[in-house]
Design a protein around this ligand. Structure first.
Ligand code: IPE
Ligand code: IPE
Ligand code: MG
Length: 240
C-alpha cells in the first residue's frame, strides 16, 4: 500500500512495542516475570479501546527474535504465557470476531504451538472488522532476509523477471503481507529505538515514545497517543 498525504485523525494501524515489563516489576520489588504477567493482562483493555476508537489493525511486539537470548527461565515463563493465551484467553477475542494473525519465525516454537497459531489464523480469517497481529519471535531484518530468499526462489523458477521486483513484490514476500503499513508506532518504557521491529513497514510511520511502562499503559494513554498522531503533519515527502 502506498501512502498519500491526507487528513487522518485516527490511525488505521497502530503497532506497539510493549516494553518495560521487567522494570515495572523490579521497581515494585517483584520478579521480572510478574511484569510479563501484568503486561499480558494489559493487552485486552488496550485492544478493546483501540477497536472502540476505530483503529482497524493493531500489531503487538510480544517477543523479538533477539529475546531468545534472555535467561532461560524468563524465556520459559514467556513461552508458558503465550501458551496460556493461545490455548485459552484468545477464545474471548474470537468470540468478539477479532481477526488474529502472527508474524515472525515459527521455527523455534514447539509444533503444537505452531499448529495452534495456524488454527487461530484459519478460524478468524473471515473477520475483517478488527485485526490483531501478534509479533512472536519476530525480527524486521530476519523477515527481510526471508523475503529476499522467497523472491530469489521465484526468480530462479522464472516466475518473473528481476526488473519486476518492486515494493509490492517485497510486501507480498514479508510475513506482514496483506496488512497495511502502520501509521503510528508506539513504544512504551522510555526507550527511543526501534529494536528490529517492522523495519520496512514503518518507513513512514509516526513514532510515539512514552516513558510509561507497558503494564501501566492504559486507555487514556492510548487516547493521548492517538491525539498526538492527529496533530502530526503527515507529508510523505510531499508538501502539505
Ligand atoms: C517487554 O518488556 C517484554 C518483552 C521484551 C518480552 P521487557 O522484558 O523488555 O522489560 P524491560 O525493558 O526489561 O523493563
Ligand atoms: C523490544 O523490547 C521487544 C519487545 C517489546 C517484545 P526489548 O526490551 O527486547 O528491546 P531492547 O533490548 O531494549 O532493544
Ligand atoms: Mg525491554
Amino acid at each position: 500500500m502506498v501512502e498519500t498525504a491526507q487528513e487522518q485523525t485516527v490511525p488505521k494501524h497502530i503497532a506497539i512495542i510493549m516494553d518495560g515489563n521487567g522494570r515495572w516489576a523490579q521497581e515494585k520489588g517483584l520478579p521480572r516475570t510478574a511484569g510479563h504477567k501484568a503486561g499480558g493482562e494489559n493487552i485486552r483493555p488496550v485492544l478493546e479501546h483501540a477497536k472502540a476508537r476505530g483503529v482497524k489493525y493493531v500489531t503487538l511486539f510480544a517477543f523479538s527474535a533477539e529475546n531468545w537470548n534472555r535467561p532461560k527461565p524468563e524465556v520459559k515463563y514467556l513461552l508458558d504465557l503465550f501458551r496460556k493465551y493461545l490455548f485459552g484467553d484468545i477464545k474471548e477475542l474470537q468470540k468478539e470476531k477479532v481477526r488474529v494473525s502472527f508474524i515472525g519465525s515459527r521455527e523455534k516454537f514447539s509444533s503444537d504451538l505452531v499448529e495452534r497459531m495456524r488454527e487461530i489464523e484459519r478460524e478468524t480469517e473471515q473477520y475483517d472488522d478488527f485485526h490483531v497481529v501478534l509479533a512472536l519471535s519476530y525480527g524486521g531484518r530476519q523477515d527481510l532476509i526471508e523475503a529476499v530468499k522467497r523472491i530469489a526462489l521465484d526468480i530462479r523458477e522464472h516466475k518473473y523477471l528481476i526488473s519486476a521486483i518492486d515494493e509490492e513484490k517485497i510486501n507480498d514476500s514479508l510475513s506482514t503481507h496483506g496488512i497495511p503499513y502502520p501509521d503510528l508506532v508506539i513504544r512504551t518504557s522510555g526507550e527511543q529505538r526501534i529494536s528490529n521491529f517492522l523495519l520496512w513497514e514503518m518507513a513512514y510511520a509516526e513514532l510515539y515514545f512514552t516513558p510509561i511502562y507497558w503494564p501501566d499503559f492504559n486507555e487514556q494513554d492510548l487516547d493521548i497517543a492517538i491525539e498526538a498522531f492527529g496533530r502530526r503533519n503527515r507529508r510523505f515527502g510531499g508538501l502539505k
